[in-house]
Design a protein around this ligand. Structure first.
Ligand code: G3P
Ligand code: CA
Length: 389
């Protein structure tokens, strides 16, 4: 039985609640007509804001990066066509001339054909990126015009050999191109398309005179997408970056959390001794809730693994976060064996899929509000199973 039928049949409890949520993209949950939804969308309102999103929300991680080179318009489009509720478009880094472009990292040797461009050979450098010596080509050393001569390539061909078919097909998108794509897709579909950009290495770039937050705020303002109900959720691993954004824009904000023993790089730079383990304690979560609407924890903070990589018992993080009003969008679900907990792998091939539906069942049962996934189609089926279970 589909989720709509569940609701019509008066199914009670979790099934009905989640079924209604699955119906709730954009204005649908508000009972708006198609025309009204389109009008709402045109005005960048995003309907009912965060609350209107289906749950568990399926977020296309770097687009549909399980099937296309990440952070390309091809990857974003496929995520949307598959039905992702939100598209992570994109991870944002700046160019030398101050434009925002979509790459997971400033270093682009692994996701573009820059190494095949002899004219850029002398741009190859070793830099300290958040304390890690990193060698390659960096977006901040290129103008936008120069970056536009490059083409995207598959980051992990050993796991995703089929994706190399698309190497060379797409450019590096700019943030402004993404915002225009969002508007165009919203118009075509008659319902609001959501995006979930992440500010990458804000402290690293601010020290180079390429501050991200003000640039992001300015572009969002230009497109009328800096409001509380705008269909743009902003995320960062640096809490002070989210605090800064909280003063610049009204968008929903999410603090990303890496492993428990790690320290956000802004904390390292400012001498704040706290680790992620401190931030996920009730006091840490209360503080985050004073300036953000959600957290994006690594899945291991929701269910830790044992020494063998098998899932153990869920932590109290979901309840603790919900208690202070924070939603949770953990990262990242991927279909291939190496990215799954050991007890959900099938065989040992690096490009083979494991029992990802089993893993989804286990994670969804914790009460998370959504999840980032490289395979939005799989995530949507897993949600359908969960809602109907
Ligand atoms: O943004 C959620 C997730 O994407 C964080 O991890 O490293 O893939 O950006 P990363
Ligand atoms: Ca990201």
């Amino acid at each position: 039985m589909g989720s709509q039928e569940n609701e019509q049949a008066g199914v009670t409890g979790r099934r009905m609640l989640l079924g209604a949520a699955v119906l709730g993209a954009g204005g649908a949950v508000l009972g708006l007509s198609g025309t009204a939804r389109a009008a709402e969308a045109r005005h960048g309102g995003g309907g009912g804001g965060l609350k209107s999103l289906p749950k568990p929300t399926i977020i296309g991680h770097r687009g549909a990066s399980g099937y296309r080179p990440e952070h390309t318009l091809g990857s974003y489009q496929l995520a949307l066509d598959m039905g992702a509720d939100i598209v992570e478009a994109g991870d944002l880094v700046p160019t030398r001339d101050g434009h925002l472009v979509c790459r997971h990292e400033p270093e682009i040797g692994g996701t573009t054909d820059v190494a095949d461009h002899p004219e850029f050979a002398d741009r190859k450098k070793t830099k300290s990126l958040d304390g890690v010596a990193t060698t390659g080509w960096f977006t901040e050393d290129f103008t936008l015009a120069e970056l536009k001569t490059l083409r995207a390539t598959e980051r992990i061909p050993a796991n995703r050999p089929h994706n190399t078919l698309y190497n060379g097909r797409w450019e590096i998108p700019t943030f402004e191109e993404v915002l225009r794509w969002q508007d165009e897709q919203t118009r075509r579909r008659g319902e609001q398309v959501w995006i979930y950009p992440e500010l990458k290495h804000p402290t690293y770039f601010r020290k180079q005179g390429l501050a991200l937050e003000e640039r992001v705020a300015k572009v969002l303002h230009k497109y009328g997408k800096d409001r509380r109900n705008s269909p743009v959720i902003l995320q960062s691993f640096e809490p002070t970056s989210i605090q800064r954004l909280n003063k610049l824009v009204d968008n929903p904000l999410v603090v990303l959390l890496s492993g428990a023993t790690t320290r956000p790089w802004d904390f390292v730079e400012t001498g704040d001794p706290r680790t992620v383990a401190d931030l996920v304690k009730p006091a840490g979560l209360r503080e985050i809730a004073s300036y953000a609407q959600g957290i994006g924890p690594t899945l291991d903070l929701v269910i830790p693994k044992d020494a063998g990589g098998n899932l153990t018992t869920p932590t109290t993080l979901v309840n603790d976060a919900h208690r202070v009003g924070l939603i949770l969008h953990p990262y990242t679900m991927r279909n291939e064996n190496p990215f799954l907990p050991t007890n959900f792998r099938k065989g040992t091939d690096a490009d083979a899929y494991g029992d990802v539906f089993g893993a989804y069942r286990t994670y969804f049962a914790t009460g998370i509000d959504g999840v980032f996934t490289d395979n939005p189609d799989t995530g949507l089926l897993a949600r359908e199973d969960f809602v109907n279970s």
